[in-house]
Design a protein around this ligand. Structure first.
Ligand SMILES: [Mn+2]
Length: 403
């Protein structure tokens, strides 16, 4: 991440805050075995630091920002096990934050920040009684005991509008993630054969992603053949692919924490049956019609309403329903979501889309009794005049999918 972007983001964040307000963003913790660390995207977005257990704090007073990032202190005896920790100088250099302190100084230094503060925004404050308290909530509890005047609020309120609008740098990284995913999908289509296990196709995707500069997936890939494609969040990927099956891929590689999210559906035999072709054509027509509608001013809710309308008509043509209101038996999700550092990124559903928003358009029809599930998903950038389909190069026309 370049320093200019990081500073711009922090400045925009500050502009959303009032005097005597603090925002505290926690990095994710180092997980125990198998030690697969993924950073908290809000922390990453404002600091550029991909290290566990750090904390970013920014306070606004007299219109000015005061900020610090706390990092783990390296313990020489642990180095042989864990390697070297990032130093203060390195952290400062990456984040362009001048004040870097060690975590063991957190309580003492926060005393200074909290004195006179009125409100404290924290990430991941959202409530779920089924979960244990996280570090954020424990901090707020303690802060309120010592400083009863302080109110607490969810930081996402301030962050969502910022993260929803992607800058040029972010679009580039998203495009890269999509292009890597395209290589994976192409390779899967070239190698898929009846009799293979779905997880073999998963292996091809992950191999191509890793080979092409993506360290991890955006989310656990869905590789669903036959009837499995009618289970929306099928993730086991453990069935044998049948000779006449359609294979539904809902997959994405991540690049520098930016997530692609693409769905394609193809016949493993290289030839659609008539019925599969009929269903596929209807979904493809909806996919294209909805993409055409994307422009500043329209809302995700409006796009979904139109999708329901178009799919209902299609379902009648396919003789699956007689009454339009029964559409939900074959189309149960909504047409898309914002996309960015999170595969389901932060962005408004009920407010107008703006240039710089990136959304998915992913209509589908799912007919379990016919072992057919079709979803076609593209990643769409909202531009000043309309849209740009970032996944335009990934084949979805019937001619291109048949061999
Ligand atoms: Mn999606």
């Amino acid at each position: 991440m370049n320093k200019k972007s990081l500073n711009k983001r922090r400045e925009k964040l500050l502009n959303q805050m009032k005097d005597n307000e603090i925002i505290i963003l926690y990095a994710n913790s180092q997980p125990t075995y198998p030690r697969y660390f993924l950073q908290d995207n809000n922390f990453l977005y404002f600091t550029g630091l991909n290290i566990p257990d750090a904390i970013f704090v920014m306070k606004r007073s007299n219109g000015k920002a005061q900020f610090v990032v706390f990092i783990e202190r390296g313990i020489p005896e642990m180095e042989v096990w864990e390697g070297k920790k990032m130093t203060k100088e390195e952290a400062s250099n990456i984040s362009d934050i001048k004040t870097v302190s060690f975590l063991d100084e957190f309580d003492r230094k926060m005393q200074i920040y909290l004195t006179g503060a009125e409100k404290c925004y924290v990430n991941s404050l959202g409530g779920n009684l089924a979960n244990p308290l996280n570090k954020q909530k424990i901090f707020i509890q303690k802060a309120k005991e010592h400083f009863p005047r302080i109110a607490a609020d969810e930081a996402m309120k301030l962050i969502t509008p910022l993260r929803a609008v992607k800058d040029k740098d972010e679009i580039k990284q998203l495009q890269k993630a999509i292009d890597i995913t395209a290589i994976g999908i192409e390779s899967i289509r070239a190698q898929a054969k009846a009799g293979m296990m779905e997880y073999e196709l998963e292996a091809i995707l992950k191999y191509e992603a890793n080979r092409n500069n993506s360290k991890h997936m955006s989310f656990h890939p869905i590789i669903a053949s036959g009837v499995n494609a009618a289970t929306l969040h099928y993730h086991q990927n453990h069935s044998k692919i049948g000779a006449n099956d359609l294979v539904l891929l809902d997959v994405g590689a991540a690049f520098n924490s930016y997530c692609a999210d693409i769905s394609r559906t193809f016949p493993v035999s290289g030839k659609f049956t008539n019925r599969q072709k009929a269903v596929y054509s209807e979904v493809l027509a909806v996919n294209k019609a909805i993409i055409e509608m994307v422009k500043p001013g329209i809302t995700m809710l409006e796009l979904n309403k139109k999708t329901v309308d178009l799919i209902s008509d299609a379902l009648i043509r396919l003789k699956l329903i007689k009454d339009k209101k029964d559409y939900f038996k074959y189309y149960m999700h909504s047409v898309g979501h914002h996309l960015g550092m999170d595969a389901h990124d932060f962005g408004p559903r009920d407010k107008p889309l703006e240039p710089g928003h990136v959304i998915t358009v992913e209509p589908g029809i799912y007919i379990a009794k016919e072992k057919i599930g079709v979803r076609i998903e593209d990643d769409i950038l909202v531009t000043k005049t309309g849209y740009k389909n970032l996944s335009n190069n990934i084949p979805k026309e019937i001619n291109d999918l048949e061999k």
